[in-house]
Design a binder for this molecule. Structure first.
Ligand SMILES: Cc1ncc(COP(=O)(O)O)c(C=O)c1O
Length: 367
């Protein structure tokens, strides 16, 4: 008899199934559901990006796993222009098929196994845990280095601005993470999905010279185009940082056929070369955030963190499933905080990714 282990048995239950009844209740609202449970973009892809996609659609050959030189140059330029990241070589940039794909595979691609420890934030995007489980690695949830004691992790995730909390880590905090990584030879994967969506204060990349001192050794910055350029449907992201780590990821990904389709690479190049559509999208979210936040606070919610990113991390000081039901009675669907770790048990994550019309409906119902 085969002794094979079903890989799915290693993974948590798919949590979205547990909010089916709240979803059904919200959907029964006479004004229709306002679904603020997922962070999926709703505004159309900019024509500039679609033109680039179309123009590349007749190319028949295999794309380069490393990405075209134009794409990698566009990444280097965009990171410098948008976030002040300097000293990045185009060779140390690698496109990925959406960053969820990279994150789910990263521990395995880096050769981690049962003896290795992966550190993820206390409340975290669930795929960090999934990637570690797929590699058979150990996991600890910690927001501070002191929580780790004498243990040296192989891989440490930071996510600033964070999903689901919208928390931003300051330069000092990130600098300490980099120092720790250097002292103990730890790989830091910094998920910077929401870096371009900061509302209050300043969010910085792990590769920022103020944080890294210009040395990218052991550092990987993970960037998605899903949210800032509305490209979730295209599956478009990249990883950049330590040239040796990126070269290793490239080598393994080449063998595995993990390449971004050529027309998508062209679309990414166009998106990264243009800041106007990105700024417009940011302003759409800013306006939605302003009205929704006010309405939540007026309805008795407390909004924690949420200085950046696409979510309002909100609480009524009760179990998150109770809040979920309260919202569902008003036709609004949120994501329960317990999806993201035990520390999220009294929060709900309310996404800004709905049309102006649906956000206005939510505001009216909260009043
Ligand atoms: C923190 C974080 N990282 C990564 C992703 C994955 O984005 P994508 O696979 O679309 O690049 C998401 C998506 O919601 C996210 O919230």
């Amino acid at each position: 008899m085969s002794t094979r282990t079903r890989v799915s048995s290693l993974l948590p239950d798919f949590p979205w199934d547990t909010i089916a009844s709240a979803k059904a209740k919200a959907a029964a609202h006479p004004g229709g559901i306002v679904d603020l449970s997922v962070g999926t973009p709703v505004d159309p892809v900019d024509p500039l990006i679609r033109t680039a996609l179309n123009a590349a659609s007749a190319v028949p050959g295999y794309p380069a796993t490393h990405g075209t030189p134009e794409l990698r140059a566009a990444v280097v330029d965009a990171l410098k222009r948008r976030f002040g990241i300097t000293g990045l070589d185009a060779a140390a940039v690698l496109p990925v098929i959406g960053t969820k794909e990279l994150i789910a595979g990263l521990p395995r691609l880096l050769g981690l196994g049962a003896a290795d420890l992966v550190v993820i934030p206390e409340v975290a995007y669930p795929t960090y845990e999934v990637g570690a489980l797929l590699a058979g690695a150990q996991i600890v949830r910690a927001d501070g280095l002191t929580q780790l004691g004498p243990r040296t992790p192989a891989l440490l995730y930071v996510n600033s601005p964070a999903n689901p909390t919208g928390r931003v880590l300051g330069v000092e905090h990130l600098r300490k993470v980099v120092e720790f990584a250097r002292e103990r030879d730890v790989i830091v994967a910094s998920d910077e999905c929401y870096l371009g969506l900061t509302w209050e204060g300043r969010a910085v990349s792990i590769l920022d010279p103020e944080v890294s001192g210009g040395d990218h050794t052991n550092l990987l910055a993970v960037h998605s185009l899903s949210k800032t350029s509305n490209l979730a449907s295209y599956r478009a992201g990249f990883v950049a940082g330590d040239p040796a780590l990126v070269a290793e990821l490239l080598e393994v990904r080449k063998h595995s056929g993990l390449m971004v389709p050529y027309p998508i690479q062209s679309a990414m190049t166009a998106a990264l070369g243009d800041d106007t559509h990105e700024a417009q999208q940011r302003e759409r979210y800013r306006a939605r955030r302003d009205v929704l936040r006010k309405a939540l606070e007026a309805a008795g919610f407390r909004v924690d963190h949420s200085e950046a990113g696409l979510y309002l991390w909100s609480t009524r000081g009760e179990a998150c499933r109770t809040t979920l039901d309260w919202l569902a009675d008003r036709g609004i669907l949120a994501a329960p905080g317990d999806f993201y770790g035990p520390a999220g048990a009294e929060h709900v994550r309310i996404a800004l990714t709905a049309t102006d019309e649906r956000i206005a409906a939510a505001v009216e119902r909260l009043n």
